[in-house]
Structure formats: C-alpha cells, structure tokens
Write a new protein. Sequence first.
Length: 446
Amino acid sequence: MDPYLGYEIALLAVLVYAGIVYALWATGRIGPDRTFSLLGPALMIKTKKGRSALDRWGRFVRFWTAAGDVGIALAAAAMALIVVLLVLGAIESFRLTPSTAPSPSEALGLPGINPIIPLGYGIVALVVGVVLHELMHGVLARSQKIGVKSLGVLWCVIPVGAFVEQDDAEMQAASRRRRDRVAAAGVLANFLLAVVFFAAVALLVASAVQPNASGVGVAAVEPNTPAGNNSTIVAGDIITSVNGTSTSSVDLFESALAATHPGQNVTLGVYDPALGHVTNLTVTLAPSPSVQGRGYLGVKIYALTPSELKQTLVWPWGSSSGPLVGTVDWIVLPLAMIEPISGSTSGFFHLSGPFAHTDPNDFWLGANLLYWLSWMSLLLGLSNSLPLVPLDGGLLFRDFAQSFAARVKSGWDAARLDRFGGRAAAVSSVVVLVLLVWQFVVPRLL
C-alpha cells in the first residue's frame, strides 16, 4: 500500500481542478458577467435561477426587518466578544513558549487544514453553514428592496459553499440600516443554525445515551507502566474506584492517587465495556516521574468524566463548575480530542430508549455530525463578525463608524462620512490581522 496515496490523490485533484479553471479562462468563459468567475482560487458558478424564490421568501418585510435588526445586535455583540478574546490571546501569548504556542494552521477554520476539525464532518458542516449563510443574505436583501444579481456554488477542488451576489450599486445606495440588516443576516443565520443543531444533539443524547459507570474515562495507557503492563486496562475503560474510594470525578481520582506511594498495591475498580461490568484489578504502582514519593499508574484521563461529557452535550450551563465553564467545555471538546464521541469514548456509554437497538456506530455518526454542524455554524458566525474587510463584520464596522461620526460631526457631508467609515474599517482590519498573527509569532520571538 502506497503510504503517500492520499497525498497523490489530493495533488491529482488540485491539478485537474487547475486545468479545468485554466481551460475555462483560455476560452473566455470566465468573467465578472459570465456564468463562471473567480473569487481568489475559488470558481464561482453563477445562475439567475432561484431569485424568484428569494423574492417569495423575502416578501414578509416586517418579519425580516425585525430579524435583521436582531442580527445587527447579535453581530455587534459577537464583534466585541471576539475582539476582546483576540486581545486576551495577545496578552496570554507573552506567557507561551514556542512549544506551547498554537500553530498557524489552527487560525484557519478549514477542515483538513485545522488539526482539530475532522475532514468529513467539517466539509459537510462548512458547506451547510455557508449555503444557509448566503441564502439568508439573499432573503434579507430582497426584503429590503436590494437587488440580487445571481446565486451560485463556490468550488475550490471540492464544493466549499455557495454565494448570493447582491447588486453593489443598490447596496451602496441603500440606507445604512437597510444594508446593515443584509450584512448581519449571514451572522444571524449561523447563530440560529448553531442553536438548532445544538438542540438536536442535546435532545438526541438526552433521550438515548447513558454512562456505563460513574468514574473517570481512560483516554490512553502509557506503555511500560503499571497500567500498560496490565493488558486488562485499555482506552475506553472507566476507573470507578481506587482502593475502595470512589473516583466519580477527576479531582477524586487525582486525590486517591496522591495518597499512594511507589511499590504500593492498589485495587482499581474498572468498568470494561467488553465485559459489561466492573471488575477489581490489583496493580503495583511505580514511582511518579514528576512527584517524588507518589505512586504512578500510567493512565491518561479525559478532563471530563462520562457523566460530565453527557452533561456538557445536553445542557452545558448546568455544569457543576458553572455555566461559563460548561460553555467553554462544549466549545473545546475537539481540543480534548473528543469529537464529541468517537473511538474509545464511545465505550463509555450505552444506548437506551428509542435507540436501544441502534448500531452505536450509526448513532454516533449522526450525533457527531449534529455537533459539528452546530460548532462550525458558531465558528462561522463569530468569524464573520470580525471587523475585518471583506467579512460581514467589516461592512458593519464601517457603517457603525459612519453612524458614530454622523452623531458627533453634524457638519460632515455624506462623502466625508463615507471616507471616515472606509478608513475606520481599514484600521480595524489591520488591527485584527495583527492580533491574529500576534499569538502565533510573538511566543516564537521571545
């Protein structure tokens, strides 16, 4: 089996795509007013079909106007939040070392490039999020009497989304409030999708998933350690007790091991999903490589117990650590190598209720997809809220700056307000780019 087969196939796909784009360009079929045009390396395939559907959906003017106003408020709040997070990240970067600094690939929320976003789930979630994001732009545009020139698919080796091409002249001629409703529509769509898909995965997990035991989940077993030399303990097991002391939380597990010493025989209660029950195992602890005088088992434990993981998926705001920590836990599940449930972690649970007889692999495929649809929609909503041209947030920030200037500079005419807004958006774009790059560069310079 060729170990580079995947890379060879990917390279072939890129070359074929480049050849098709070149052939279209050479024959004059690519242009701003043609069926095909380019957006960077992506091929835009346009059509005028579907505009009548946007007109039908957008005829509920009062509803969409109110929705657009809500979208503006949400986008403004998200813009402020993500800028604050970028500033905090820049401050935190002074404490990082080159080995602990994030890699540049983590700055891109693209499946296959960002190491925490799985390729399959990520592509499906990205396409769904972008398509509905763009459709919402189109519906709001028509509700605000702004023209839509075309709709289409965005293709870059694979289909990566869709677009709605608004009439730029009508967008510029519209009032700030009307065009801001259109700009915020995509952000609103992504946040709504995040809520809908979150509710779907929460209801699914709540109705069908039960932890196999109360304890801490084993993520990995290190070789040549007491646990590694005991072939009974494997990733996917749940450690329920240490010397009779319950380990229903990570803190209790760590406390139980902190009371041990090297060479001590300890009895572990371990739930083995292959056996379907808890067994007691005796293990002789080794010296801890980091804490002198402490016993060492040799297992890596997930930060969330199976019960806490279910709680996070169903209702993170009910976390025992508080709603803020619960929300963060839900967002960073991929960072903890939980997708949310795959591989060994599926052994922590069994299915009950209406899904009791469902194949667990099929069930978790659906649950994981719903999670990634929600996660990617949230990411798209937050990313597009950045005050960075040409993102939606860049347009909104420009108009926010114009609106502020109009209040404090009553003598400025429309042209001067427009110039001020453009300069403010340019400055905010530079600041955001600096903050984005800062956290990757600074730790490697210190």
